[in-house]
Structures are given as C-alpha cells and as structure tokens.
Design a protein around this ligand. Structure first.
Ligand code: ADP
Ligand code: MG
Length: 347
C-alpha cells in the first residue's frame, strides 16, 4: 500500500523522510513525474502563512535563491507545505568538508542574494544557519555540466519587519545580540546580517564564532562581545583582508551600524586590485585551520542536548523555536533503499 497525502486535491506519493527539524518532518514526495519536498508540521509560525500566501500568489516567483513554495494546506491539526526539493544542505557540505575553497565566494554571494530577496519583500528570515541553506544541483541539457544553486529554506519564523517585535528565535550560535536582550525595542532585518556574518565566519574558518556548552553560555559570549573583541578575533584569522572588513561590518553589536544586504553584496564583488587567481593563491597559502570539523560539530550537537528550555525560560521568546535539534544527515543510497518501505513512515 502506498503512503499518500492530498494537498489541495493533488495526491502526492510519500517516498521517504528527508529531514526533521524543530517544527516538523520533511518528506520526499512525488506527484505525476515530478519530485517535491513536503513539510508536515503541527502549526504555522506567526508570519509563515502570510508569507506562503504571497509566494503562491506568485508575487515572488523569481526568487532564485529561496526554496520555492508551491502549495500549502491545513489538514486537521497538521499543516502541509509543498516545496521545491533540495538535494543536500550546506550543513552537510560543511561537516563532510566538501566545500571547495575556490567556490566559497560564489556560495556566500548566493546566500546573500537569497537574503536580499527576502529583505526586499520586507521580511526577515530570523533563523539563518547552515541547516537552512539547501543546495540544488542543476544540469545542462546534455548533462555534461552541472552547477550548484544555494537556496534558503525554512520560513517558519520569517517575519514582516513592520511587526518585528517577538524576541529571540532561532539557533543560539547565530543569534544577533539584539534578539537576546530583554528590552522590547523593534528590531530589523539586520538580525539576518549578523547571522549571515556568523555563517560566513563558519564557512571560512570551519569554526563557530561564539561557543559555549549551554544556551546561556553561548548567549553570554554573544552579549559580552564588544566591537573591539570581535575585530580582534577577526584580525587574527588567516583569511583575505576584504573578508575581514566585511565581517567586521556585518558583526557590529549596534545593528544600525551593521551593513545592510546591499552593502554586503557590494563588498563581495571582486576587486580589480586582486584577481581571482591571486585570491585563489591566497587561499592556498592560508588554508583554514585543519580542525576536525566532525568532532567540533559533534560537540555542537551535544552542547545543548540538556534541556534548552530550562536555560532560556527567562527570555521573552517562543520556546518551541528553541529545540536544539540534531542536524539532519541526508540519507545516503543505502539508507534510501531501507526507507523504501514507506509503511514504516509515520506520515
Ligand atoms: N525543500 C526541501 N528539500 C530538501 N530538504 C529539505 C527541504 N526543506 C527542508 N529540508 C530538510 O529538512 C530539515 C528540516 O526542515 P526545516 O524546514 O528547516 O524545518 P524546521 O523548521 O523544523 O527546522 C532541513 O534542515 C533540511 O535538511
Ligand atoms: Mg530548519
């Protein structure tokens, strides 16, 4: 018997689970000859419905670096979101050490373009992290050439900036300081610039900028850092000078002093003084530290395995958003075969 789900009268065959986050499970699904990802979750985030509505009204059809949303429906206590299927995610590329140094600028620019697409709609993503950046591999017609496209997904806590008041959401490592304080001032899309800065730092160095064993420790590390501390940390890195400048301007404690996404993208344009060849050499001369990313990330998973809810109860937040999840591994071929028995799925 096949496992199927009807979303707005289209019957999708559920193939197997491809992901699980704090808010829902994601399945690979088929409708006619096309493959999709379907996310099943128990509730919609505050800004989520409005966002999907706008997407489906085709207002944002041309967003190249956002995962496309095709359909959604609330059925009983569950919501189903039908989306474009990603092939992998940035988190997996990072832990498997698969990122080629010469592609880094291209990857960062694509993520930046996705953020620009959101910010231009007046929306803040608020949960930017490697797990929420998907990768699609596009092939040329003759299949001889391929290109990776990076797309932002997980719009569960996306919010219209006109009512950006809810405080901390997202994964603590990437949280901007203004989301961790208890005052109730509005904040802006600049929280995404901070998270993007932490993400770029991670891509370049394979390290998380702010570390700690608990939510509170990470949060304290973020809140106690001054612009000077952050600059000192960045200055010590063996990365290109223009990345250093960019990171310092993205990781300003005062969000008003932070670059906006246009300035970030501007700064990522190649400078005439340094050719791509020189840049490549620079990387060869200064490779990122050879730390074991796998063990580092293991720590990162374990760090917060003790009930994060307890540690954060003093914050003015939506607690569900804080489940510190074990990041997803995409199923490899053998796992996929095991999963072909769809009856095992709790769909
Ligand atoms: N469209 C998609 N294609 C492929 N994998 C996806 C897709 N959407 C989500 N995933 C996978 O499922 C995981 C959880 O989905 P996500 O939307 O981030 O849920 P959560 O809000 O619970 O974090 C993602 O980190 C990713 O690994
Ligand atoms: Mg997610």
């Amino acid at each position: 018997m096949q496992n199927t789900i009807k979303v707005n009268n289209k019957e999708y065959t559920i193939l197997y689970q491809i992901g699980q986050g704090a808010t829902g499970k994601v399945f690979k699904a088929q409708y006619q000859n096309e493959l999709y990802a379907i996310k099943k979750q128990e509730y919609f985030g505050e800004g989520e419905l409005e966002f999907y509505d706008q997407l489906i009204q085709q207002k944002f059809k041309r967003c190249k670096n956002l995962i496309q949303i095709y359909d959604f429906e609330q059925i009983g206590r569950f919501s189903y979101i039908v989306m474009e299927l990603g092939d992998s995610c940035l988190y997996n590329e990072l832990i498997q050490n698969k990122i080629d140094q010469k592609n880094i600028r291209f990857i960062i620019k694509q993520i930046g373009s996705g953020i620009k697409e959101l910010h231009e709609m007046g929306l803040a993503h608020r949960d930017l992290k490697p797990e929420n950046i998907l990768i699609k591999t596009l092939f040329s017609n003759d299949k001889n050439e391929s290109q990776q496209v990076f797309k932002i997904c997980d719009f569960g806590v996306v919010k219209n900036i006109s009512n950006l008041k809810t405080k901390a959401v997202g994964t603590p490592y990437y949280l901007a300081p203004e989301l961790l304080t208890n005052n109730n001032d509005n904040y802006s899309t600049k929280c995404d610039i901070w998270s993007f800065g932490i993400l770029i730092y991670e891509i370049l160095t394979r390290q998380l900028m702010f570390q700690g064993k608990t939510f509170q420790e990470i949060s304290n590390a973020i809140l106690s850092a001054t612009d000077d501390d952050i600059s000192d940390k960045i200055n010590k890195l063996k990365i290109e000078v223009d990345y250093k400048e960019l990171l310092k301007n993205m990781l300003k404690v005062d969000s008003q002093k932070r670059y906006n996404i246009d300035r970030v993208l501007e700064a990522l344009k190649p400078k005439s003084r340094s050719t791509s060849r020189q840049r490549q050499n620079n990387f060869v001369m200064n490779p990122p530290p050879q730390i074991s990313i796998r063990s580092q990330f293991k720590n990162r998973d374990n760090q917060l395995s003790q009930s994060p809810f307890k540690q954060i109860q003093n914050f003015n937040i939506i607690q569900q958003q804080y489940t510190i999840q074990k990041p997803q591994q995409y199923p490899n071929k053998s796992q996929q075969n095991n999963q072909s028995n769809v009856k095992q799925l709790e769909f």
